[in-house]
Design a protein around this ligand. Structure first.
Ligand code: ZN
Length: 89
């Protein structure tokens, strides 16, 4: 008893916490303001048009050349709210 908790504390101290998602760093930050996700394709990121982004987040995003790069979780929530317009089924 207590061994596990102590082990976890030790690992945190040494900075060897690779299992945590926060340790995983991408290159492209998510374009949605306040989101700390990564929009790298290798991490499931996608890019959507500024029109789509505005529907979802208003002005709360950062665009680059009329595209907004967003992370996997932002894309999923965007897709969810746009399902009624999705005719690619
Ligand atoms: Zn995001």
């Amino acid at each position: 008893m207590g061994f596990k908790a102590r082990d976890r504390a030790r690992r945190k101290e040494s900075g060897d916490d690779k299992a945590s998602t926060k340790a995983k760093e991408g290159i492209e930050a998510c374009g949605v303001n306040g989101c700390e996700g990564w929009s790298d394709a290798s991490m499931g990121g996608r890019s959507i048009s500024v029109n789509d982004a505005e529907d979802m987040w208003g002005k709360g995003y950062t665009a680059r050349k009329n595209r907004v790069r967003i992370c996997k979780s932002c894309y999923r929530s965007w897709k969810k709210s746009n399902k009624q317009d999705d005719h690619h089924y």
